[in-house]
Design a protein around this ligand. Sequence first.
Ligand SMILES: Cc1cc2nc3c(=O)[nH]c(=O)nc-3n(C[C@H](O)[C@H](O)[C@H](O)COP(=O)(O)OP(=O)(O)OC[C@H]3O[C@@H](n4cnc5c(N)ncnc54)[C@H](O)[C@@H]3O)c2cc1C
Length: 380
Amino acid sequence: MSTDFTQEQLAFAQAVAAFGSKEAGTREQRDALTENGTHTHNQALYEKMAALGWLGVTVPEEFGGADGSTVDMCILLEQSAKAMAPIGGIGPTLITGAAYSKFGSPAQKESVLGGIVAGRSYSISMSEPEAGSDVGNLSCRAEKTDGGWVINGQKTWCSNAHFADRILLVARTGRGGGKHEGLTMFDVPADVDGLSIVGIGTMGGKEVNDLYFTDCVLPEDSVIGVEGQGWSQLMTGLNIERLILAAMMLGTAQRAFDDTLEFITQRKQFGRPVGTFQALRHRIADLATEIECGRLLVYHVARLVDENPTTLFPREASMAKLKLTETAKKVALEGMQMMGGYGYATEFDMEKHVRTTLVSSIYGGTNEIQRDIIGKTYGL
Ligand SMILES: Cc1cc2nc3c(=O)[nH]c(=O)nc-3n(C[C@H](O)[C@H](O)[C@H](O)COP(=O)(O)OP(=O)(O)OC[C@H]3O[C@@H](n4cnc5c(N)ncnc54)[C@H](O)[C@@H]3O)c2cc1C
């Protein structure tokens, strides 16, 4: 754990860890909370965290939040991921909340930021079947009508829309000179007429959805921020989005490491714990070193963002996302190998860590795209 935390931050980390251990510490508890792993989010558990005042960690005080720092947010995400607390709503909710916080009208802020504090979930929908990495090329359309907007088109891969309260939709309101012009953010109630939400089957259970908009009518005041400025508004959220994903993968990497260490310390072959064979001991040393490097990077970037809230850190934020997702994936895969057949068995959590971490290099901008962004900051 970073030694640069304040006493308050250390206490916060310990409180989240203790909560996770009490509520989701055993496999039986986690199975009960997730219907045997088919769901990523348990609303009752999430509301308990809301009642403790944790979900509004970065929400301003005027909306009932704790007005905490980006470091505080990363502590919450790292510790809850490490505890395997099934609160899949938290990542997209905090990403979405940051956009409402910056660009929302007073009424939108009241509703969404207040909702985050109370334990409601929110989704963000940019991706489309033909606009994934090239998301600026999206074509879901919002037409202005008398007193409102009509949305038509398909979105895909929308995390948590099946239990979200509202969805931050990015749609095309115009075609300017470039593809990034003419995009607008909209505030969409998840139960609005004209929107159909259909789950996509994945290795992770019920998590992502296709969204079909058919003549879906939204009121005029549904625009978040400025019409036509959706792309530049999205760009201002990238520091936070990448840090959120990195912090969650830091927690998952640490958990996969801890689970591996526990197993290889107990498992004996040839009359000794398998962890004492140099082949495994050295891998543990390498993984521990990588996790510590990743932890330093996450909290370094979080502090940069706290100290410079209006500055974009494309290089550092992408490095954090890249490094922590690759590290988490590596720890889980190595953990599975070091546990032998037991790592592959559903009785143990390692196969879940593998599934959780595999996809982390795809969502939130693939790691190929993160490498591209980092490379561009070196003038390439
Ligand atoms: C579990 C999950 C949750 C998600 N949640 C959300 C969400 O809540 N909201 C949302 O809007 N989206 C979400 N997404 C979508 C996600 O952001 C996209 O899947 C991702 O951006 C990649 O798009 P794609 O899947 O269409 O792949 P593609 O863009 O088709 O890419 C295919 C491959 O080509 C590579 N590639 C593409 N372009 C380049 C390039 N220029 N240079 C080098 N390599 C390139 C990619 O890295 C990838 O390996 C989610 C996805 C998943 C799997």
